[in-house]
Design a protein around this ligand. Structure first.
Ligand code: F0G
Length: 458
């Protein structure tokens, strides 16, 4: 069969709020034109993030009932440890309440002021945790990542030449570890090839620098390797994931993505002395090492979810969904980052709204148009999120791209929801010149996108 169906049927439903345009006008105005400040009850299709927003399977819900809530050494912990080890092979494993808790423990125990951490693309919490301890987070994306519309297959790769230059310039002693984010979220959800993971490891090994994988979307990355990289077509996603992790010395993970859970994460490594430091800080900030800030039932749900994320039929359906929307947008002349990412589609708002300058925040104009048109919530990744104040005051420095992310929650929306999304974007696309400019009227000193207030500039 050519049609790739959702490989599940629905056993429980959750009503979607349906609002009118005039209601949405009023709701957005009272949220100061910032969709982060809307109540979720007023959003029809919520594509703000794929993190913690997925639907659990019947097997995960059943597993919740098996949760062992013992403080120390619970059965659920043993199952969690076994599963994470089965997939990653790591010797020492620590549950955390989400990905950034793992990042914080890694950064606080391994980094000192002035150290440098290379990554193909730091996620913002990873960067913030590194910078919080005074170290420097350096992105080394491949040059292909900059070509938004080219169809290259592994645009998430790290630039190997730049990695070598950085090690040369800094000296290996100043680089306590290097990270690879699979898939590269900030680079458009683009995958990293096995070849790139292997080559990064080869370079690092020469200099005794450990490799840490940011594994949030490891199963989606494994799917891309199977589909796109020579020599992997006959391998299972589990085998591919294992090979990927075999090149790493440790991993940080948010189980809110490819753990198919609503909360959770882990930190893992092979080095016992690192692990002892992790454990001590974990006890201080997260909890005893066998639960790490999670309930026993969460550990159960994650154990099931991590393996479900590696089901080929699930990944094939997920990818088909993203591609379905992507090709519908391309045929409507809506500019998106190509190829579509594993978990999201990124619309190029600057190309979509040529009548707006970066300082008009075209991403905010498009995000707000999506809400007003159809109650769809998306997120701006442009000059509001990444713009920087100019050193001497005056007009701020724009972000390199003005993108809007449509993230796909896992197993939540059906094809008709996506047909609706396409219709909403089609309607906006037909009168794109009416997308409005916004200006900021109130903002926080950092991470301003979460709480900023906007007004229409026109
Ligand atoms: N690393 C990557 C690549 C991520 O995308 C995220 C979260 C984290 C780490 C942090 O994990 O949220 O569990 O603490 N990304 C979400 C997003 C928030 O919307 O892309 P967390």
């Amino acid at each position: 069969m050519k049609t790739i169906i959702e490989p599940f049927r629905i056993k429980m439903t959750e009503a979607l709020p349906i609002t009118t345009r005039s209601e949405r006008e009023a709701l957005l105005a009272s949220a100061f034109n910032n969709v982060f400040l809307l109540d979720a009850d007023h959003v029809t299709i919520d594509l703000l993030t794929d993190s913690g927003t997925g639907a659990m399977s019947d097997r995960q819900w059943a597993a919740l009932m098996l949760g062992d809530e013992s403080y120390a050494g619970s059965r659920s912990w043993r199952r969690f440890e076994r599963t994470v080890r089965e997939i990653t092979g790591f010797k020492r494993i620590f549950p955390t309440h989400q990905g950034r808790a793992a990042e914080r423990i890694l950064a606080a125990t391994r980094l000192q002021k002035g150290n440098v951490v290379p990554n193909n693309g730091h996620f913002d919490t990873t960067r913030a945790n590194i910078e919080y301890v005074g170290a420097i987070a350096t992105d080394l994306p491949s040059s292909e990542a900059r070509e938004l519309h080219s169809e290259k297959l592994f645009k998430g790769n790290m630039d190997l030449g730049k990695l070598e230059q950085l090690i040369e310039a800094e000296g290996s002693a100043n680089i306590p570890f290097c990270m690879l984010t699979v898939t590269n979220n900030t680079g458009g959800g683009q995958p990293v090839s096995m070849e790139n993971v292997r080559s990064v490891k080869e370079i690092l090994q020469k200099h005794n620098i450990p490799l840490i994988i940011d594994a949030c979307r490891f199963a989606e990355n494994a799917f891309f390797i199977k589909e796109r990289e020579q020599g992997f077509a006959d391998r299972t996603l589990l085998e591919i994931a294992r090979e990927m992790f075999s090149f790493a010395d440790g991993a940080t993970m948010s189980a809110k993505k490819d753990g198919l859970a609503n909360i959770g994460g882990f930190l893992a490594c092979n080095n016992d002395s690192w692990a002892d430091d992790f454990r001590n800080l974990l006890i201080l900030t997260e909890g005893f090492p066998t639960y790490g800030g999670l309930a026993g039932r969460d550990l159960e749900a994650i154990s099931v979810g991590l393996l479900e994320a590696l089901h080929y039929d699930y990944q094939r359906y997920r990818h088909a969904t993203v591609e379905y929307v992507a090709s519908a947008l391309i045929s409507r002349d809506i500019p998106i980052v190509r190829p579509a990412g594993g978990h999201a589609i990124f619309i190029d708002a600057a190309a979509f709204c040529p009548h707006l300058r970066a300082s008009d925040y075209p991403g905010i104009g498009l995000v707000n148009a999506l809400y007003l048109e159809g109650g769809v919530r998306a997120v701006e990744l442009g000059s509001v999120m990444f713009g920087k104040p100019a050193p001497g005051g005056g007009e701020e420095i724009a972000a390199p791209h003005e993108l809007v992310r449509l993230a796909f929650p896992r197993r939540v929306y059906t094809q008709s929801h996506f047909d609706y999304l396409i219709e909403v974007l089609d309607a906006i696309g037909r009168r794109r010149e009416s997308i409005e400019a916004y200006r900021i009227t109130e903002q926080a000193p950092f991470l301003r996108h979460f709480t900023a207030h906007y007004e229409r500039a026109g």
